[in-house]
Design a protein around this ligand. Structure first.
Ligand code: ADP
Ligand code: ZN
Length: 739
């Protein structure tokens, strides 16, 4: 019997029964076997509908059925339907395999990121759109949901049921029922509009010799259709974007598609404008904010090769390109490329994998490259393309450190006298100022002056941050909110609360008092309502409708304001505390990026950095504009301690609502920890965020030498221990967060 089963799956032609393995977008480690009905022409990569329990689920044919499956042929369920979607390409399936093997995430969870919208290839023609009804019977009482649907309608443009439902926060059934009841006007949606095509033949500015060298090296690789990773390394304003635009044009002339990954895609307005100026139309944008119907159309256009240049955040990495010829990762050092929940992966690193699977070059661009990428240059894996100078000889800003121990702000104030004087001068000269403080809200800590009690999140080991503009206290880890209490929960005193430390709102208060005539704006993710508001503010600053901009790191990226000549960094030391391996590297990257905002046009810029530790290598490197010295110090330190990129790290995080179960699981894992050469397992230790969203957390850190297969170490270790369902285990390979 057993022999018979094995041979039948190996040799389908003889038995007339074909087994296929189908991977489902669920947290499963492996595909399941199904029987392919006669005449169904599914191939690896085909989208199929298969029964699972009492549901039918869409999955992907991953390969032939596994020969050693324990399910007898007769009991094997049949594939229910073959969908019209083009098969998922081999390269994309290998990427899914690769990401799952690397991150130790369940294979099906990775597949979910690559599957796309369920109905991307649903037959068109059947689709309807909705417009406001010509007249609605005024005697009909509308539910709040239905009123929201009506409010969400666009009188100019019919919206699909899915878009309307998403905009109104209801199900599509509500929309359909309203249409049937005459509350909406149903029209056939027009055929997909033509997507405008970027024009690669438009003239470019002449390149400088450095730029020319870089552009032609990349173009040669594009034309050779070979995997080739490049680190494009040049100060802000040196023309990195100009160089990779050339590369994009080369790829387009070869008929290839291009993927550009940008951090914080919502901030890409200036990037899009610039792309449109060069290529005559905008690039297609893929991010979490796009409407379901646009998402579906774009997915399909990418698969069919109609979308030629796609710009996206992390998730664009898994789009089904038909013929990908170039990947660009801009600001490659940016830690927002690391996805921290669900499948924990680094989009930059996986982009390199995708480029290699697609035989395509990849450009990693940055003014402050990561040590990881520089180490890859040193190992001869990446080619280093350096743009040494700012384009047109624009000067780099002068960086001055303000020693806060000597130049003290007044009590309860946060701006040092030197910085105040510089702001005065800049405003008097009719120029713009940017103040950088990487902390949202009014104050990071509220305490009771009478008893010292600190207002804390009930679900996390974290203080509540006061957001005075919203009148709320908010936990920045779980989003918990409450109104500021009247009485101290501990000593019951009233009006005894004091705000400690500054956030951007408090800084704005100080600025309003000191510079009452300056037109001031705050730029932080919670003070702006969505991408449109961000774009508006950036345009307003560019048009000099704002004199003084206060912001968090969201303001640090890529914006170009010609009249901005002074940047003040309010608390430069903020990122240096805590157990983050990359604290120094990241603080430097961020402050360097912020500094780059000053004086990009004909005006030289000034940067003033407030610090309590001016001798710190990060501050010294900023002041001396000596990035390489800091990198040398950092790499020497990491090399010595076998830390990335000279060793490997993985975090294993246990969490449970029940502290005892969590502790028991941690002890069980600790007992099973392997003793291997070149492997250190540290922990368990309570995580710095010991409680998060009501879950108790403890952490292990696995540290190995570079040649060790850390995935194998971790998975063998975890497989050896049985952990109950009450405890969740997360594995984070190459952790960036140590909380
Ligand atoms: P980066 O991406 O390194 O910050 P950009 O590509 O944005 O640099 O270049 C900075 C500015 O200089 C931009 O306004 C860009 O258009 C301009 N620029 C760069 N290179 C050239 C060039 N070769 N000719 C004309 N303008 C250039
Ligand atoms: Zn919380």
């Amino acid at each position: 019997m057993r022999d018979h089963r094995t041979s039948s799956s190996r040799d389908p032609s003889q038995q007339g029964v074909r087994r296929v393995s189908v991977l489902l977008p669920l947290p499963l480690d492996a595909p399941y076997d199904y029987r392919l009905p006669d005449g169904m022409a599914a191939v690896p990569g085909s989208y199929v509908r298969v029964p699972l329990g009492n549901r039918v689920v869409t999955g992907i044919v991953w390969g032939d059925g596994s020969g050693d499956s324990t399910i007898a042929e007769k009991r094997l369920k049949a594939v229910a339907e073959l969908l019209p979607n083009p098969a998922m390409a081999e390269e994309l399936r290998r990427l899914v395999d690769w990401v799952a093997a690397y991150t130790l995430a369940p294979l099906g969870a990775v597949l979910r990121m690559a599957m796309g919208p369920e109905d991307a290839f649903a037959p068109e023609g059947l689709r309807h759109g909705y417009l406001p009804a010509d007249a609605i019977d005024p005697t009909i009482a509308l539910t709040p949901t239905r009123r929201r649907v009506i409010a969400a309608l666009d009188p100019e443009r019919a919206m699909s049921a899915a878009d309307l439902a998403a905009a109104a926060g209801c199900g599509v059934g509500v929309v359909r029922a309203m249409a049937a009841g005459g509350l909406l006007r149903e029209v056939a949606l027009s055929v997909r509009p033509q997507r405008p095509q970027p024009d690669p033949t438009r003239p470019f500015p002449n390149l400088s010799p450095d730029q020319e060298r870089a552009a032609s090296a990349i173009s040669a690789a594009i034309e050779a259709r070979q995997f080739a990773p490049f680190l494009l390394d040049g100060v802000t304003g040196s023309g990195k974007t100009e160089v990779y635009f050339h590369a994009i044009a080369t790829a387009l002339r070869q008929g290839k598609q291009v993927l550009v990954l940008l951090p914080e895609i919502a901030l890409g307005a200036q990037w899009h404008d610039r792309f449109a100026r060069q290529f005559g139309c905008r690039a297609a944008a893929w991010h979490s904010g796009i409407r379901p119907s646009e998402r579906r159309v774009l997915w399909r256009d990418v698969a069919e090769g109609r979308a030629q240049v796609v710009v996206g955040a992390r998730s664009a990495l898994f789009l089904p390109f038909r013929d990908l010829g170039l990947i660009v990762v801009d600001e490659e050092h940016d830690s927002s490329f690391k996805q921290e929940d669900g499948v924990i992966y680094h989009a930059r690193d996986m982009a390199v994998v995708r480029a290699s699977l697609n035989d395509a070059p990849i450009i990693l661009a940055s003014a402050t490259p990561s040590l990881e990428s520089l180490a890859n240059v040193e190992r001869g894996r990446y080619r280093h393309l350096v743009l040494a100078d700012r384009h047109g000889g624009a000067l780099l800003p002068t960086v001055t450190l303000i020693d806060m121990r000597l130049d003290k702000p007044a009590r309860g104030r946060f701006l040092a006298p030197k910085l105040v004087a510089a702001i005065d001068e800049t405003l008097a000269a009719g120029e713009q100022v940017m103040l950088f403080l990487n902390r949202r809200g009014y104050a990071p800590l509220t305490l009771c002056r009478t008893c010292g009690y600190r207002l804390q999140c009930p679900h996390c080991t974290a203080w509540l941050v006061e957001h005075r503009l919203q009148g709320r206290l908010i936990c920045h880890h779980c989003g918990y909110q409450q109104q500021p209490p009247e009485h101290c929960p501990s000593c019951d005193d009233t009006r005894s609360f004091a705000a400690c430390g500054p956030g951007v709102e408090r800084l704005a208060e100080e600025v309003a008092e000191r510079f009452p005539k300056a037109r001031t704006a705050i730029m932080a993710s919670d003070t702006l309502d969505g991408p449109a508001a961000i774009t508006d503010l950036i345009r307003a600053v560019g048009a000099h409708e704002v004199d003084l901009l206060i912001g968090t790191q969201m303001m640090a990226k890529g914006h170009h304001f010609p009249m901005l000549t002074l940047v003040g960094v309010v608390d430069a030391d903020l990122g240096l505390n805590g157990g983050d391996l990359r604290a120094a590297e990241r603080t430097f990257q961020m402050l360097h990026q912020v500094s780059g905002r000053a004086g990009r046009a004909q005006r030289p810029g000034i940067v003033m950095v407030q610090t309590f530790d001016p001798e710190h290598p990060v501050m010294a490197a900023l002041a001396a504009n000596d990035r390489d010295r800091l990198l040398a110090i950092e790499s020497a330190g990491r090399r010595e301690r076998h830390l990335p990129p000279f060793g490997r790290l993985a975090a294993v995080i246990l969490s449970s609502e029940d502290p005892d179960q969590n502790e028991a699981a941690a002890s069980a894992l600790a007992r099973a920890a392997p003793h291997l050469r070149g492997v250190d397992i540290l922990g368990p230790a309570p995580a710095p965020l010991a409680i998060l969203r009501g879950r108790h957390r403890s952490r292990f850190l696995v540290k190995t030498e570079r040649q060790v297969n850390i995935q194998a170490v971790v998975s063998q270790w975890l497989d050896a221990v049985r952990i109950g369902n009450a405890v969740r285990i997360q594995v984070d390979i190459d952790p960036y967060s140590f909380l």
